[in-house]
Structures are given as structure tokens and as C-alpha cells.
Design a protein around this ligand. Structure first.
Ligand SMILES: [Zn+2]
Length: 216
């Protein structure tokens, strides 16, 4: 046993990753409450149309801050509870056959810089909760794209054209796939990913997002 490790775990109380206050739970009580204040009452309200959307919460406040911490502050562990909540909400709401879960990939250069893809981490945790199969390398991001938030809707779509490719080793299940991402904004990213999969004859049943901006 590593003595130093066991000593320091006794001396250093765990802290909440969002506010740094000591907390025996992963998120402290305050942050947990603020996160759940962002949760949608009806996550499947937009489960309709060609590319239906299931979103856990509104992209604002503490949920927005936690996603920023996950992506930009090197706190990948935040994906674990958030992916679990997303999975629990899915299980309570949806009855869809066992589709494979395909996280929206990052370009390799960006992933190397960040050290991980937050959508893959969320999908791993989501799949633990739902027991749906994870297909984390079904899709590749072959073109580095400009940060989407700087662009308008038409520019977003153009920016993403041909950004994705399907891994030739991916074998689809008859039930099809579900895309999973951290934020749903205009839908430009998931639409580009979905059309890439559909061109290969893969059925895309919908999009699962941890958060989304204002409703359509
Ligand atoms: Zn906190």
C-alpha cells in the first residue's frame, strides 16, 4: 500500500470540482442543486422530426459552467456524474431498442491538446447507466473546423461540410445509432455527422445531448 497516498487522503478532504469547497459527495449540495435547477422536466419534448433530440438540461448557469470546467479546465472526471444523470433520464423516459451510442468526435489535433474527448467520456458514463453499446470510434473528424460559436447558422453548416467520415471498420446494428454530444446549439454539428453516417446507409435515430441552448 502506498503510505503517502493513504496519509494524504486522510489529510486532504475531497472538494467539489465546481466551487472547491470541501464536499463528501462529488458535487457539493449547493452545486448539485444548481445543476438540477437546469434539468428539463421533459427531456424528450423535442423527440420528433427527422433528427429528434433528447436533452438533459438547459445550457445556462451551473450546467454551462460545469461543461466549461469539463472541456477547458482539465476536469474530465466531471463527465462521470453528468453522463450518468443523462443516462438515468434516458432510461426513465425512452423505450428505444439497443442502438449503438456514437459520441461526436473531436479532430485528432484538438483531442491531443485536450487529452480527451468530453463527448466520449459522457457517452462512456451514459452507456454504464443504460447498458447501451458504445461505438466511440464509429465516426472520425477528418477536418479541423473553426470554433462554431464564432459563426452564423449558414457559416456553421459550411464550416462542417465534409468534416466527418465513417470508420470503415464500424459494423452497424440493425437498430441503428444515436449520436451523443455535450451541447446542442443549432444542430449544425449533429446534422453534419448524421448525414455522413446516413450516406453510408447507417440509420441515425436521434441525438442525445447533455445540454441545449434555447428551444427551436
Ligand atoms: Zn460546489
Amino acid at each position: 500500500m502506498n503510505l503517502w497516498k493513504s496519509l494524504s487522503s486522510l489529510l486532504i478532504a475531497p472538494t467539489c470540482p465546481l466551487c472547491d469547497r470541501p464536499s463528501p459527495r462529488f458535487f457539493c449540495r449547493d452545486c448539485d442543486r444548481q445543476l438540477h435547477a437546469c434539468q428539463f422536466d421533459r427531456p424528450a419534448a423535442d423527440w420528433q422530426g427527422d433528427l429528434p433530440i433528447f436533452a438533459w438540461g438547459k445550457y445556462e448557469g451551473t450546467l454551462k459552467r460545469s461543461i466549461a470546467a469539463l472541456k477547458y479546465n482539465g476536469q474530465p472526471q466531471i463527465a462521470q456524474p453528468l453522463g450518468l444523470w443523462l443516462g438515468e433520464a434516458w432510461q426513465q423516459t425512452m423505450q428505444i431498442p439497443a442502438c449503438a451510442i456514437v459520441p461526436i468526435p473531436l479532430h485528432a489535433a484538438k483531442q491531443k491538446q485536450r487529452g480527451y474527448n468530453q463527448a466520449t467520456l459522457l457517452a462512456e458514463s451514459f452507456c454504464q447507466a443504460t447498458r447501451l453499446p458504445l461505438a466511440s470510434d464509429a465516426l472520425w473528424r477528418i477536418r479541423s473546423t473553426e470554433a462554431q460559436f464564432k459563426l452564423g447558422a449558414i457559416d456553421r453548416a459550411q464550416n462542417l461540410a465534409n468534416a466527418f467520415a465513417v470508420n470503415s471498420a464500424f459494423r452497424q446494428r440493425s437498430a441503428g445509432v444515436l449520436l451523443l454530444d455535450d451541447i446542442y446549439t443549432t444542430g449544425a454539428t449533429v446534422n453534419a455527422a448524421a448525414s455522413c453516417l446516413q450516406q453510408q446507409g447507417i440509420r441515425v435515430r436521434g441525438v442525445i445531448a447533455l445540454s441545449r441552448t434555447a428551444k427551436r
